[in-house]
Design a protein around this ligand. Structure first.
Ligand code: ATP
Ligand code: MG
Length: 452
């Protein structure tokens, strides 16, 4: 017998279906994981029972996607999505079928799925693999291959090329030749897909162990040019000097290192976008080398444009932009404590660990070898020492607050924060100025000069 190992909780759920005379199969990513020899906690089931029947079979069922024929069973702490066999896929260009077409058999349901490795099912409870498109063989060969004709499947749903990219990054697989070469012809259907759906795949690509694998396929097929033209423009921007790579390869390598080290999603994104401004500011210096003065200031709005376009949550966008804006920091041992304090305030204490991770990634992408983690130690130690001895480092220690500033005419909103931060920097430089009257006077000057 070469049946797959099925979790007991799934067998219990399957018994309920079978008792009612219905078939039920494990499908989707969990089957892919089983074939890869991995376990999965995310279970999708397919059945010939109708959603309203499934709702009667179980006590705790939520009609999560009833118009797609999907309900969610809560069983012993896990959520199990159950979808009735369907024939139609959902098209992403709004040619959505008005009514779902239910299919009679699992084979028909599998034929609408995207890739061979995603189009296998495991019959429950016994664990028999149903694999009409030889998904298992493609997994062995480490290939992502469309079910049926790639051109047609991509034209039908333009999200699929991005799903292929994401799976390649997650699994470290290649795209089978026909699947790969069908992507350039499918760009116009990908262009119609909702930004959020593209973002989810891009996000999973960047969150994977090997984002560069996906991004390289994107470049090769024209997806990068369409989805992230700001990044594609960095191809061929040579840097020389310390750098071994052009700006695009440098960005990919930085992001790859951040992923390899398990750094946060924000650091990975900042690593990918931190040099977007370089093509805009590149100048040939007197010694015949390229310079990129102030490129980080140009990178910020470009990265912001990308992240707004794909509707990233504001908190994520803000952190990525702060990291990019701060990435050119430098430290010298001759710095006085005040200079260290100013740096901490300007950057934000909360951002420092990730900013240092970004620096590691940036360095890795410059030389092409892993950086020495000890390089940042002297700076980190100084920061720790300064933080340990200084108390007046936060806004709440200032002799004035936001209301005081608005009372003297600072516009409510982000300006209040900006002026407060400037006051804090002033006080750090000279603690004697931390007095209400003096600070209000300084605030008035700042406000008059810059923000009125
Ligand atoms: P994961 O859940 O790990 O992100 P997954 O393969 O389970 O990966 P889901 O988005 O949960 O991805 O989709 C479940 C299954 O539904 C897929 O394995 C595939 O069979 C099918 N599927 C999802 N999206 C599409 C699509 N755009 N076209 C065709 N089939 C799809
Ligand atoms: Mg899934």
């Amino acid at each position: 017998m070469n049946n797959l190992r099925i979790a007991p909780a799934l067998k219990e759920v399957a018994a309920v279906f079978n008792h009612a005379g219905k078939e039920v199969y494990l499908v989707g990513g969990a089957v892919r994981d089983l074939m890869l020899g991995r376990s999965s906690a995310d279970w999708d089931l397919a059945t010939n029972a109708r959603p309203e029947e499934v709702m009667r079979f179980f006590k705790r069922v939520i009609p999560t996607g009833i118009k797609h024929g999907t309900v969610t069973i809560r069983h012993k702490g896990s959520s199990i999505e159950v979808t009735t066999f369907r024939t139609e896929s959902e098209y992403s260009d709004s040619r959505r079928p008005d009514e779902i077409q239910y299919a009679a058999a699992i084979e028909e349901d599998l034929s609408r799925r995207d890739f061979t490795m995603n189009a296998a099912a495991v019959k429950l409870p016994e664990g028999k693999l149903i694999d009409p498109y030889n998904g298992q063989q493609d997994i062995r060969r480490r290939l992502i291959r469309c079910v049926g004709k790639a051109e047609e499947r991509f034209a039908e749903d333009g999200l699929r090329p991005m799903r292929a990219v994401r799976l390649a990054a997650q699994l470290g697989f290649d795209l089978e030749e026909e699947t790969l070469s069908a992507i350039p012809g499918a760009l116009s259907s990908t262009a119609k897909v909702a930004a959020e759906r593209i973002r989810d795949e891009l996000d999973k690509t960047i969150a994977s162990d090997s984002p560069q694998t996906g991004l390289v396929i994107m470049e090769q097929t024209g997806l990068l040019q369409m989805i992230l033209p700001e990044l594609e423009t960095c191809r061929g921007i040579e840097q020389k000097g310390y750098h071994r790579y052009d700006v695009l390869d440098h960005s990919l390598l930085s992001c790859a290192y951040a992923a390899k080290k398990g750094f946060s999603q924000e650091v990975r994104m900042a690593a990918l976008f931190h040099d977007l401004g370089k093509p805009l500011v590149r100048t040939l210096g007197e010694d015949e080398t390229w310079t990129f003065y102030n490129h980080e200031k140009k990178s910020v709005p470009l990265a912001e444009g990308i992240m707004r376009r794909f509707r990233y949550p504001n908190a994520v966008t803000e952190k990525v932009l702060r990291l990019i804006a701060a990435h050119m920091f430098r430290y010298e041992e001759t710095w006085k404590d005040n200079a260290i304090r100013r740096f901490i305030i300007r950057t934000g204490e909360d951002l420092l660990p990730e900013l240092f991770n970004l620096r590691m990634a940036d360095t890795a992408g410059t030389a092409g070898i892993d950086p020495d983690p000890a390089a940042l130690l002297p700076f980190k130690k100084r920061i720790e020492t300064v933080l340990a001895k200084s108390s007046a480092l936060s806004l709440k220690d200032l002799a004035v607050n936001g209301n005081d500033l608005m009372a003297i005419g600072v516009k409510p909103g982000k300006y209040v924060g900006i002026v407060l931060k400037e006051l804090l920097e002033t006080v750090v430089d000279d603690p004697r100025l931390n007095n209400r009257k003096k600070l209000l006077h300084i605030a008035e000057t700042i406000n008059r000069e810059r923000y009125e």
